[in-house]
Ligand binder design. Structure first.
Ligand SMILES: *[C@@H]1O[C@H](CO)[C@@H](O)[C@H](O)[C@H]1NC(C)=O
Ligand SMILES: *[C@@H]1O[C@H](CO)[C@@H](O)[C@H](O)[C@H]1NC(C)=O
Ligand SMILES: *[C@@H]1O[C@H](CO)[C@@H](O)[C@H](O)[C@H]1NC(C)=O
Length: 394
């Protein structure tokens, strides 16, 4: 059976396509007074990192932000935003080389609108500010201590890098996706516990990634392809049904394990919350669970509600496939295991799409060549007119 073979190919490819992540690690960066910081984060964009520790007694944090300006002679910036999640409202620290003194400077900016920034007071107390540039690799570091505004377990942070500074004023940054997505939630309290577990966390993230790519990203779509196309061939009936159930139930089991590892990772998150990825994951778990249990209440084939059940089942199924693939890409962007793994997955999805398109054409031809053209190809199990025992009917 061609599709079974392609299924095998897909699985083998998927195992090759997923492998351990190699990401930059803030833990190898050298800092002045590095013992001040108990935790560090590789921020998701702009190759930036944040080192920090939180002093609950004084409700203050020591932070060190490390980034490389987009061009030499540029600037780097890190900010907390007490009033929003984006740039406007940010209380920013910006570091650059001051052309009048030739020394590195770090200044504070109350960013109240898009447009040129102006040095100003900011809404929280900040002291011990310093900036450094490593002229060998071009990285800049901002050091500061801040009185934490509001809830230390739920702060909005924004970071940025820029290409140039004119007359002591940082010029506007680029508008690439890395720049536009340089924001996130910072949890100073939770981050304290993970400072030393970088290695095992990376391993956990990889396991999470592998389980979820295999289940949500590959097995669920393959199961849908099986159900949609194999049933058009009378000889594949009822094999397609068992294959479909086997595939989706295994995908569900693997997917739930992957989901569990994701929740675990989220609960011990190193300060950053990936809300879209998390919410998509939770949604996927819920609708997939409903989908699995919907099998138990499936009306008999000739029941008048079966038609509606089919619409419901197919709708949810396609939603799972779309959201699943979307969330795999969200995951790739968080874990950033290297371009080749993402490209590998894109190729795999393209192959699956190609197989689906091919089968769409083939099944159309099969159906059109049937003597009894009144039967539709996709109206459910055993559609070739013969009566048969329903495998899962109660
Ligand atoms: C506590 O916070 C104040 C600012 O509110 C600061 O001047 C002081 O140095 C901080 N103490 C410690 C131990 O960081
Ligand atoms: C920052 O700018 C906003 C808008 O102009 C203003 O309302 C706010 O008081 C400013 N904050 C500080 C600390 O100056
Ligand atoms: C500057 O960067 C280079 C290259 O990454 C590194 O080897 C060196 O230790 C850095 N210097 C300092 C003072 O951090």
């Amino acid at each position: 059976m061609a599709s079974r073979r392609s299924l095998l190919v897909v699985f083998v490819l998927s195992l090759i396509a997923v492998s351990p992540a190699t990401s930059l690690t803030c833990s190898t960066q050298k800092l002045t007074n590095s013992n001040l910081y108990s935790a560090c984060l590789d921020l998701p964009t702009l190759g930036s990192s944040l080192h920090y520790s939180y002093d609950a007694a004084n409700s203050s944090a020591a932070v060190a932000y490390v980034a490389t300006p987009s061009k030499s002679g540029g600037w780097v910036s890190w900010a907390l935003n007490p009033s929003g999640t984006k740039m406007v409202g940010s209380q920013a620290l910006i570091a650059f080389r001051d052309s009048s003194t030739g020394a590195m400077a770090v200044k504070t900016y109350n960013i109240s609108s898009y447009g040129p920034v102006q040095e100003s007071k900011i809404s929280f107390e900040v002291w011990d500010m310093a900036a450094e540039e490593n002229t060998t690799d071009g990285t800049m570091k901002i050091y500061a201590k801040i009185k934490v505004p509001g809830d230390a377990s739920k702060l909005n942070q924004v970071w940025q890098v820029g290409p140039s500074v004119t007359d002591g004023t940082p010029d506007k940054h680029d508008f690439g996706s890395g720049n536009m997505n340089a924001m996130g939630t910072l949890d100073l309290v939770a981050g304290q516990t993970v400072a030393t577990s970088g290695g095992s966390r990376t391993k956990k993230k990889n396991i999470h990634g592998i389980l979820n790519v295999i289940s949500w990203g590959i097995m669920f779509p393959v199961g849908v392809i099986i159900a949609r196309y194999l049933r058009a061939f009378p000889s594949a009936d009822p094999a397609w049904f068992y294959l479909h159930v086997l595939c989706q139930v295994s995908a569900y089991i693997i997917g739930v394990s992957g989901w569990g590892t994701g929740l675990k990772l989220g609960s011990e998150s190193s300060g950053i919350v990936y809300s879209t990825h998390r919410n998509l994951g939770i949604t996927l778990f819920c609708i997939a669970t409903v989908q699995i249990f919907a099998l138990l209440v499936r009306p008999k084939k000739d029941h008048k509600y079966r038609f509606y059940w089919n619409i419901y089942h197919h709708g949810i199924g396609y939603a799972i496939v779309i959201l699943g693939i979307l969330n795999v890409f969200k995951g790739y962007n968080i874990l950033r295991p290297g371009e080749k793994w993402k490209s590998g997955y894109i190729i795999l999805i393209a192959i699956l799409g190609g197989i689906a398109l091919f089968l769409e054409v083939v099944t159309c031809i099969v159906v059109l060549n049937r003597p009894d053209k009144t039967t539709k190809p996709y109206d459910g199990y055993t559609n070739n007119g013969q009566s048969r025992q329903e495998p899962l009917a109660p």
